[in-house]
Design a binder for this molecule. Structure first.
Ligand code: FAD
Length: 495
């Protein structure tokens, strides 16, 4: 086994790991990044990037119907060429991948291909080490510290292991050979909602089952309500407060597969018994069951015990100090999906965590991640985007709350889009009260949340934002108008 030393070892080359490595290298540290698969991790290869590329294609499909039905554009959809769609998606992913590899190389980060296991608080063994230093086993010692960035993987259901074809995770859905005619999506969080939306745009019969009383249960209730209404209008069957009791694969050759065949247009599929919040138990037949019931941190084989670390009951690696993301073992830090809440399991949160940890390791003053001001986006049609507290959270935290909701269709641009949606702002009551939360539903709202993020992060009042003129005609006018109303100066609404 070859023995090597470096300032910082980063285990895992996803968004959390590579942002740590880049920033640490830019600050002059000697950095070694160990990745057993591809740098870029979940977000680039199986998450944010490919799913948003597919959702962009879904938007184009929806646009054809809108063009014909609303605008007199004589457009017809011939169909979707799945291999062509995935080829464009994969091209975007691989260009990004080359970009990340190039950045790491230019920054002087040593990337070691292999699986890392902790051998102690400052030691790592890398097996199947390939890309540098030759194949075999490498031992590494970190002079400054080790950063754990091994991320997460899809949670699966006991007794219903994914087969990549009829029972799939969000990973498998990317690499499936074709588009299904019917899908049962289990889980109404961001990933489940995005995939339900995508498959509906692609023409599938979609049923979305969520155990909580509402979709996106961590978001403001008005967001869940508006989103659910819009998805139902698009023809998605939404069952909330619903439990999937069991599900089994159905073989086309069996007699009881007839119903499934009817639903799927032939071929085997799945049948699931679902108990909705109200009404009788129902059996749902679909060609594909997409399990989107959350993600679990990846720590198996990482050797946490050798370094003196343990996970919490949910499998996360908790930091001892949130302001530096250091663990109880000096020099050992955690970033990304390995972290429990208040971290958010989002790529942009992991970027911020990577910068924080790199700067801490370089001896710079640490500025903790302001999790309360990290935006959350769901890229379905319609999209949702929010930052800060929901109205219920603000009230529960003891604030005297002033809230205002403005429909996007109250603006000219909202009428042009014709997709409904809203801006909801939650603020402390009173002239100098702070903006506590902003919640958006509608087209392109992912691009509109940044100004509200600054408002929440900088403790702005509605009047602070309202004094700045928003461009006309845009959807962002609705944000300006909402704050004008809360500041007592609304033209179209009075608080
Ligand atoms: P990961 O990206 O999972 O990276 C961990 C890396 O560690 C992996 O590459 C793995 O191979 C490697 N590894 C693990 N163990 C070892 C080991 N022992 N040795 C060496 N290497 C190891 N977030 C957003 O902000 N916006 C979105 O739109 C969004 N969409 C998503 C859509 C989907 C379908 C999914 C699944 C996720 C999405 N996310 C999104 C979440 C985002 O992808 C994650 O929050 C982010 O990837 C977490 O980064 P990470 O660095 O913690 O872990």
């Amino acid at each position: 086994m070859s023995e090597n030393s470096t300032d910082v070892i980063v285990i895992g080359g996803g968004t959390g790991g590579y942002s740590t490595a880049l920033r640490a290298a830019h600050l002059g540290l000697d950095v070694t990044l160990v990745e057993r698969d591809l740098v870029g991790g979940t977000c680039l290869h199986r998450g944010c990037v490919p799913s948003k590329a597919m959702l962009h294609a879904a938007e184009l499909v929806d646009g054809v119907a809108e063009a014909r039905e609303r605008w007199g554009v004589k457009a017809t959809l011939e169909g979707v060429d799945w291999p062509a769609l995935t080829a464009t998606r994969d091209d975007i992913v691989s260009r990004n991948h080359r970009g990340v590899e190039g950045q790491l190389s230019r920054a002087g980060v040593t990337v070691v291909r292999g699986t890392a296991t902790l051998t102690g608080p400052r030691g790592v063994r890398v097996t199947d080490a390939g890309s540098t230093g030759g194949a075999g086993v490498q031992g590494w010692t970190a002079r400054r510290g080790i950063v754990l960035a091994t991320g997460s993987r899809p949670r699966t259901l006991p007794g219903l292991e994914p087969d990549g074809q009829h029972v799939v995770t969000s990973d498998d859905a990317l690499f499936a050979p074709g588009l299904p005619k019917s899908v049962l999506v289990l889980g109404g969080g961001a990933i489940g909602v995005e995939y339900a939306s995508f498959h509906r745009s692609m023409g599938a019969e979609v049923t979305l089952v969520e155990a909580a009383e509402r979709l996106l249960p961590l978001e403001d209730e008005d967001v869940s309500r508006q989103l659910t209404r819009a998805l139902k209008k698009r023809g998605i069957t939404v069952l909330t407060g619903a439990r999937m009791l069991d599900a089994h694969r159905v073989d086309a050759r069996r007699a009881d597969a007839r119903r499934v065949d009817a639903a799927t247009g032939g071929g085997p599929g799945i049948e699931a018994r679902v108990r909705p919040a109200r009404g009788a138990e129902t059996v749902i037949a679909a060609e594909r069951l997409l399990v989107a019931v959350g993600r679990v941190p990846v720590t198996d084989g990482l050797g946490l015990a050798a370094a003196g670390l343990t996970t919490d009951a949910r499998g996360y690696v908790p930091p001892a100090d949130l302001s530096t993301l250091s663990t109880a073992v000096p020099g050992l830090h955690v970033v990304g999906d390995l972290l429990p809440p208040p971290s958010l399991g989002l790529a942009h949160a992991s970027f911020a965590e990577g910068l924080l940890v790199a700067e801490t390791l370089a001896g710079l003053p640490s500025r903790p991640v302001d999790y309360a001001a990290v935006p959350r986006v769901t890229y379905s049609s319609p999209q949702t985007a929010s930052v800060g507290l929901s109205e219920a959270e603000a009230r529960a935290a003891g604030y005297e709350v002033a809230a205002n909701v403005m429909p996007l269709t109250a603006t000219a641009k909202g009428m042009v889009h014709g997709q409904g949606g809203m801006v909801k702002a939650v603020a402390e009551r009173g002239a100098q009260g702070r903006v506590l939360g902003v919640h958006l539903v509608g087209p392109h709202v992912s691009e509109m949340i940044a100004e509200s993020q600054l408002a929440v992060a900088w403790d702005a009042s509605p009047a602070d934002i309202a004094q700045h003129v928003h461009p006309h005609p845009t959807l962002s006018e609705a944000v300006g108008e909402t704050f004008l109303t809360l500041a007592g100066r609304g033209l179209h609404q009075h608080a």
